[in-house]
Every structure is written in structure tokens, then in C-alpha cells.
Design a binder for this molecule. Sequence first.
Ligand code: NAI
Length: 307
Amino acid sequence: VRRSFATSAALQKDINHMTVFGAGLMGAGIVQVAAQNGIKVVMTDVSDKALENGKKIITKSLTRIARKAHPEDEAAQKSLIDKVFENISTSTSPDEAVKSSDLVLEAIVENIKVKQELFSKLDKSAPKDAIFASNTSSLSITDIAQSTEPSRQWIGWHWFNPPPQMKLVEIIKTEKTSEETYRALADLSKRMKKTAVSCKDTPGFIVNRLLVPYMLEAVRMVERGEASAEDVDVAMKLGAGYPMGPFELSDFVGLDTLSHISRGWRDSRVETGEISAEAVKESPLLEQLVKENKLGRKTGEGFRKYD
Ligand code: NAI
């Protein structure tokens, strides 16, 4: 980590080398945004196949951007894409991938044990002053951070899908987040052209804390026979000005994801008093759709049908 003096004369960490674990939907998207903004980034996953998938996700997104920027100039399109890829390297070796990293971000499966296992290993191979971060949507950063030595700096850095398009990032402060670490992430978010908001380490942070109970209550309205899903969607779009109704949004997010997040909170965050039981009460209709593999857009059917 290179340190420079900011105008406020406060010590500031500059993040120039970042490592991202997970080359899936989120990881690949975050890698792309970093590389587009001149940050050297290592994309890491468990297999070459997974890395290829990540590269495919990035190429597809960049191709769209390049076509828009240079219509009818294929050479310029190619050069734009090549330039972004110059900032990206790939690895399937976790210890190698973090050797000169200022920031290690994970975007792997949403499972606390798997995340802790990864970080406990990386704690030994990453530089002592490298910041560890998680893109988790629903787990506690503080819990994930139990996996490393107490001196390790931690932060939550929560992105939205798809990372290249969505303008927001949430920065989550924990007991292991110094002001210097927070400023480094706020600065990096800005360099990556995102608007950052910050909050404490609470279930769902800001966006999902409000959205998940809202989507669940919409499902329960339909279960109680109070209104149809179609009418609820129309109502929230035209009456509240939301771009998507709660059922459209649930289908977009994935019904399995919605079910997984609410179950996780019921099992571990209600008894701690962090969220009310009422807000995350199980919905039989949601569980039934998940059982039938009607998971939303990705399976062609959820609350609605898709082509
Ligand atoms: P995904 O399933 O598309 O990608 C996960 C990737 O992680 C896979 O390529 C998998 O091979 C890899 N992986 C699994 N274990 C690994 C390990 N030990 N080391 C390296 N790579 C490993 O998942 P997605 O949707 O990208 O989500 C990743 C994380 O981001 C989750 O924690 C999720 O909660 C969070 N998130 C997801 C959002 C979404 O809309 N999908 C939004 C914001 C956060």
C-alpha cells in the first residue's frame, strides 16, 4: 500500500492493486469497472473454466460499450477492449494472487464458512496492511472478519448487479475499519466512478434492508388474497414511481436469492435483535416457487413468465 498525503494532510492509503475472488456475475463486473478506470486487478477463481466465464462476461459488456463509443470502427472497438484487459490478470492460485495486493475483495458464494475459510488462508499470504473486503449481500462483515488476525483491516464494499451499470456502492464500516481504510475505499469508489454511501454493519445494509422486507410483504399480500401480483406491480410503478414493481424486482433478483437471504436472517439475525421476525417471516408461496425451480428471469419463470 502506497501512502500519500491528501490535501487535508491526513495520511491516506492509495489502492493501486486489487485482487477480486470470484469471477461470476459480480466479481467479473467489479473487475471490469476497476480495469476500465486504470486500476490493476487480479481476477481469481477456483478453475480456468470459471475464469474463462468471467472473461466472457467482461468481453460481452465491453463489446457493447465499445460499439456505442466507436460505431463502425472495429479497430477502435478492439483497441478499447484490449486496453481494459491490459489491467486484468487472472489466477487460480489464491496465495499468488494476493502477494502484492492493496485490497482483497471477495465475491464468491454467499456462504459464511466458505468465505471465512478463504480469508483465513489469505491472512497469511497477503501483505499485512492489505485491506480485506467482502461484497456479501446478507452476511455480517464482522462475522466474516472473525477468520483473520485482529490487526487486519476490514470493510464491506457492496456492489449492485450489474456492476458496470449500477451507480451505487455501499461502504460498510465495522469495528475493524479505521478512518484511513474508510477513506481509501471512498476514494477508490470515486475513481471507479461510483457514488458511495456508508452505513453500519447491519442486515442488508441500506438497500437490501429496505427492499427484502418490502418484497416479502408484497408476496404476503398476494398470499392473503388482498391483491394480484400484476396490480401490486402496476400500483408501485405508477403510484410510488418505482421503475419496477416488487414482483418484477423479485424475479430479477432471483427467488432463490430472496428466499436464501430471508432464511439466513431468520436463522441468525433475529435472535440478535438486529432485525424483527415479522420483517423476514417465511412465505409459503415464495418457498413453493423455489421448490418448483421457478426462480425468476434466469429460469424463464418466477412470479411471471419470460421468453
Ligand atoms: P456467482 O455464482 O455468479 O459467482 C461466484 C463465483 O465464485 C463462481 O465463479 C465460483 O466459482 C467462485 N468461487 C466460489 N468459491 C470460490 C473460492 N473459494 N475462491 C474463488 N472463487 C470461488 O455469484 P454472484 O452473483 O457473483 O455473487 C457473489 C457474491 O456477491 C455473493 O456473496 C453475493 O451475495 C454477492 N452479491 C450478489 C449480487 C447479485 O445480484 N448477484 C449483488 C450484490 C452482492
